[in-house]
Design a protein around this ligand. Structure first.
Ligand SMILES: *[C@@H]1O[C@H](CO)[C@@H](O)[C@H](O)[C@H]1NC(C)=O
Length: 521
C-alpha cells in the first residue's frame, strides 16, 4: 500500500486528533469504570442453537429436527436476562411469539404444511426483531420520544410484513436514538443501550438496539434502516453483518413514517445478522419477487472474475486518522483478494471524499422528512428553549437531539458546489466499479468508542454516510477483535443494483477471517 503524501498542517491536525482521542478514552474510561461484557446464554444446552445462523435454524425447523417452540422460547428467555444489562428493548419480548411457534409445530405435526408453503416461507418458525422506528401493528412505536411513550403501530411496515409472510415470528422492538438521528443509541424514554462486548462502549446508532440483541444472541436476525450509516455503524460496533441495499430496492413504507413512495431519499431498509449467509437469504425476502430477479440475487458469482479496489482513507481532516490495526486489516483483505484472483487489488481515489460531511449534511436537507417536526412529534421545536431546558436538566431530549436542532440553524451548504461534488464522486465510483467491481472501504478509523465520545468527536461516521450520498449498496462485515476486545470491520461496496457482489464478497471475508465473534467466553 502506498501512503499518500501529507502536508505539515495535516500531520499536525492528525496529531491533535490522536491526542484528543486519547484524552477522551482516558476520561470516559475513568468515569465509566471497569469493563464488563455479556454472558453466554444461561441455558448451556441452547448456546449453540442461539448463536446459529437464521438460515440454519430455519433448515432445522423445516426438517423437523428442531421445534420452533423450543427455539423461540430459548431466545425469549435469553433476551429477558441479557436485556437487564444491555437495555436494548423497547417493547417485548412477546409471549404471543411462543404461542405462534407452538401453532407452527402443531401444523408440522399434523402434516398441514405443504412443500409449497415451505417454499413461500423460508424463515418459518424463526424469531426476529426490528428497531422501534419501523412500525409493527399493535407494538410500541415511540422513535425514542417521551411524547410518544404510549404510541403504537397501526399497521406492519412493508419489511416487517414481508418477514412475517416469509414465516418469521416477531419477537421484540429495539431501542433507537430519538427519531433515529444519532450515532449512539440513547434517549430519555428507554435510556442508553450498551455494547455486548463492553458495556461502557457505544452500540452505535441508529439501529443500535438491533445490533446489540443480535450480537448477544437474543434474536435470530433483525431489520434496520440506514440514512447515514444506521445499519452499518451498529453492525460495526457490535461485530455483526449488516447490509444497506441499493436505494429503492426495499420498500420503505412504515419505516420512520415513510409512505414508501418518496422519490429521492438516502434511506434504505436492510437486514442485520450474525452470519453473511443470512443477509443474502433475507434480502431475497425483503426485495420481493420482482426485484429479486432484477438484482439477480439467485445468480452464482465467480469471485475470481471480479475487480477489487480499496481506498486507504477519506482525507477528511475532521476525521480521526485510520488506526494501525485498521490499516493492517485493509492490507490483509487486499492480500487475500490478490491471492484469490491473481491480480492486484488496486488503490482507488474518488474525488471530493473530503467533502463527505458537507455532502451528507446538504442531502439531509433534501430529504422529504422534517427532522425538527419528527422530534417534536408534529410540533416545531425551538432549539434555544430546548437547549435552555437541557442545561437545567428539564429536557425530554438528549444532547444529541439538541445538536441536530441547532445544526439546522447553521448556514446551509453551497447547493451548486455540493451537487457538483456529489455528481463527480458518483461518476467516478460508477466508472471504477461498473458491474463487476467491488470496493473495500474502512468502516471507521477506530473501533467502538465509549458512550458520549461522539458528542465530542462524531465526524468519523462520514466513512459510512458517503455511501448514502452515493446511493450504492454496502455490506458491513465484522473482521475479528482489536487489542481492546472490540469488533473490527470493513465495508464492501458495489455499484447500484449489484448488491449480490457485496453479499458474496462478505461471505468470502467471513470464510477467510471468521466473521462474527461471540461477545462472551
Ligand atoms: C497470500 O498468499 C501468500 C503466499 O501463498 C501467503 O503467504 C499469505 O499468507 C496469503 N495471504 C493471505 C491474507 O491469506
Amino acid at each position: 500500500m502506498s501512503v499518500p503524501k501529507k502536508s505539515n498542517l495535516s500531520t499536525l491536525i492528525q496529531f491533535l486528533h490522536i491526542i484528543l482521542d486519547k484524552i477522551l478514552e482516558f476520561i470516559l474510561g475513568w468515569i465509566l469504570g471497569v469493563k464488563r461484557h455479556v454472558s453466554a446464554p444461561k441455558n448451556k444446552d441452547y448456546e449453540e442453537l442461539l448463536s446459529s445462523s437464521a438460515v440454519k435454524l430455519a433448515g432445522l425447523i423445516r426438517e423437523r429436527k428442531l421445534q420452533s417452540y423450543e427455539l423461540v422460547k430459548a431466545y425469549y428467555e435469553n433476551l429477558l436476562i441479557v436485556n437487564r444489562d444491555l437495555n436494548a428493548v423497547v417493547d417485548g419480548p412477546f409471549i404471543e411469539a411462543i404461542e405462534e411457534a407452538k401453532l407452527i409445530d402443531e401444523r408440522f405435526k399434523n402434516g398441514d404444511i405443504t412443500d409449497e408453503e415451505l417454499k413461500r416461507k423460508p424463515f418459518l418458525g424463526v424469531p426476529f426483531t426490528t428497531k422501534d422506528s419501523t412500525e409493527v401493528e399493535g407494538k410500541l412505536h415511540t422513535l425514542g420520544l417521551v411524547s410518544r411513550r404510549n404510541e403504537r403501530g397501526s399497521k406492519d411496515a412493508e419489511c416487517v410484513r414481508l418477514m412475517k409472510e416469509a414465516g418469521a415470528i416477531f419477537l421484540a422492538t429495539s431501542n433507537v436514538p430519538e427519531v433515529n438521528k444519532w450515532i449512539e443509541t440513547r434517549n430519555m424514554l428507554i435510556g442508553q443501550t450498551k455494547n455486548p462486548y463492553d458495556y461502557r462502549r457505544s452500540v452505535g446508532g441508529s439501529s443500535g438496539g438491533e445490533a446489540a440483541l443480535i450480537s448477544a444472541c437474543c434474536t435470530a436476525f433483525g431489520l434496520g434502516t440506514d440514512i447515514g450509516g444506521s445499519i452499518r455503524i451498529p453492525a460495526f460496533n457490535c461485530g455483526i453483518f449488516g447490509h444497506k441495499p441499493t436505494k429503492g430496492v426495499v420498500n420503505m413504507r412504515g419505516c420512520t413514517f415513510r409512505s414508501g413512495d418518496e422519490e429521492s431519499t438516502m434511506v434504505a431498509a436492510g437486514p442485520m445478522a450474525r452470519y453473511a449467509d443470512d443477509l443474502l437469504e433475507l434480502m431475497k425476502v425483503l426485495t420481493g419477487q420482482k426485484m429479486l430477479k432484477e438484482l439477480q440475487l439467485e445468480e452464482t458469482i465467480n469471485l475470481k472474475s471480479l475487480q477489487y479496489f480499496y481506498v486507504p482513507c477519506n482525507n477528511m481532516i475532521q476525521c480521526n486518522p485510520i488506526g494501525k490495526d485498521e490499516q493492517n486489516l485493509m492490507m490483509k483483505v487486499c492480500e487475500h483478494f490478490t491471492n484469490l484472483t491473481g491480480s492486484d487489488v488496486n488503490l482507488a481515489t474518488l474525488p471530493h471524499l473530503d467533502m463527505t460531511g458537507k455532502m451528507w449534511r446538504y442531502w439531509m436537507t433534501q430529504e422529504p422528512a422534517n427532522f425538527n417536526k419528527l422530534l417534536g412529534n408534529g410540533e416545531t421545536l425551538n432549539p434555544f428553549i430546548e437547549l435552555f431546558k437541557k442545561l437545567f436538566g428539564r429536557s425530554d431530549f438528549t444532547m444529541a437531539a439538541i445538536y441536530s436542532l441547532i445544526d439546522a440553524l447553521l448556514p446551509p451548504e453551497n447547493e451548486h458546489k455540493i451537487r457538483e461534488a456529489t455528481r463527480m464522486c458518483k461518476e467516478a465510483l460508477d466508472d471504477l466499479l461498473r458491474d463487476n467491481g467491488v470496493l473495500f472501504f474502512h468502516s471507521s478509523p477506530r473501533t467502538a468508542p465509549f458512550h458520549y465520545y461522539p458528542l465530542v468527536k462524531f465526524t468519523d461516521f462520514s466513512y459510512f454516510s458517503i455511501f448514502n450520498v452515493l446511493h450504492v449498496p454496502v455490506t458491513q462485515v465484522p473482521m475479528g477483535l482489536d487489542s481492546r476486545g472490540m469488533p473490527m470491520g470493513i465495508q464492501v461496496v458495489a455499484s447500484e443494483m449489484n448488491d449480490r457482489l457485496c453479499l458474496h464478497v462478505a461471505k468470502e471475508l467471513e470464510r477467510k477471517f471468521g466473521g462474527w465473534v461471540k461477545p462472551y467466553k
